[in-house]
Design a protein around this ligand. Structure first.
Ligand SMILES: O=C(NNC1=NCCC1)c1ccc(Br)cc1
Length: 327
């Protein structure tokens, strides 16, 4: 019965969180992503112009999956592709002896530029793994039957190291009870329904809830346009800046807290989390941590929300469920 824990180290402005993973005989820093289902890494097969500065997986330790290829495009239009090897993967002591490791032979500039990240470890459902002709299982799916409990937890923090655990829930990491809600796996995501939103201390709801996904791979909190609009209407100097592609606020602003009702419980994102980051270093205009989910199809509860709660991704029962608790 395996259990394990790894640190989740925040990158600049908490844009992403990286965790150490041993693949074959190299340790790489991967971005754990509950919004996708591929485990891929820069490799000795990646073009040097794309992989300079990154840790590389050397597939010599693995066994090539003949004829298997992968090609993924993320919600932010970043992309990567390559071939596949079966190799040993260890995360916080939890071992998958024959995990599908997707070696990159091409990546988009977003990944080349992010030199701290050596790849991604997908934690969505294996139904959206992009390997063809035969999709493979995520790390969690590969090890889930060997875990003490088929769960993983996400404890991200603002500007500080958090953690991911596999196989157990750590009651020292949260306060109060965990509120569980059902998950709809039809789209391959950890998809749930949020009941409603409100800003500040007021109970003036900024709108009905809706369908959402829990996505550690997305930095911000994307909500229905009406909810985002109502939220920023309460902040002096806030504006929708179409050139920046979203809401901006004065960096001097103290945004109101943001409340989300899930499963009959209210979870609060401190207003400071929504004063996300300067548009450019030194700018006095900051990008908002809440943005409109227009055109995406559902809301995305990314890191701005997840770092305010303790989240349990539970596949131990007859159907998957998500648990949230105050941190
Ligand atoms: O791609 C998604 N999440 N992960 C990552 N983003 C950027 C790098 C990794 C994503 C998933 C579902 C929806 Br809906 C929108 C976005």
């Amino acid at each position: 019965c395996q259990t394990g824990e790894v640190a989740a180290d925040p990158q600049l402005y908490d844009q992403s969180y990286l965790s150490p993973v041993t693949i074959g005989n190299s340790e790489l820093m991967l971005d754990f992503d509950t919004g996708s289902a591929d485990l891929w890494c820069f490799s000795t097969e990646s073009p040097a112009a794309q992989s300079a500065g990154h840790g590389l997986y050397n597939p010599s330790t693995g066994t090539e999956l003949d004829g298997a290829f992968w090609d993924i495009t993320y919600g932010d239009q970043s992309a990567a592709s390559g071939n596949v090897f079966a190799d040993k993967v260890v995360v916080g002591g939890v071992t998958a002896t024959k995990q599908a490791v997707e070696a990159a032979t091409s990546v988009s500039y977003e990944f080349t530029e992010d030199v701290a990240s050596d790849g991604l470890l997908g934690l969505a459902f294996s139904s959206i793994n992009t390997i063809l002709p035969q999709p493979q299982t995520t790390f969690f799916d590969t090890v889930r039957n060997s875990l003490a409990k088929a769960v993983f937890t996400v404890d991200l923090k603002k500007g500080a190291a958090g953690s991911y655990t596999f196989g157990y829930i750590d009651s020292s990491k949260y306060s109060g009870a965990i509120t569980y809600v059902p998950v709809n796996t039809a789209n391959g995501f950890w998809q749930f329904t949020a009941d409603g939103y409100s800003a500040g201390g007021s109970d003036s709801s900024t709108g009905r809830g809706g369908v959402a996904i829990a996505d550690t791979g997305t930095s911000l909190l994307y909500l229905p346009a009406s909810v985002a609009k109502a939220y920023y209407s309460g902040i002096q100097g806030a504006t929708f800046d179409f050139r920046q592609g979203g809401y901006t606020i004065p960096c001097s602003a103290t945004p109101p807290d943001f409340n989300v009702a899930i499963g009959g419980k209210t979870f609060t994102v401190p207003g400071s989390y929504i004063n996300y980051a300067p548009l450019r270093a030194g700018s006095s205009t900051c990008f908002g941590g809440i943005q409109a989910d227009t055109g995406i199809g559902f809301s995305i509860f990314g890191d701005v929300f997840l770092k305010a709660v303790y989240a349990v991704f539970d596949d131990s029962g007859s159907s998957p469920r998500l648990g949230f608790a105050a941190q």
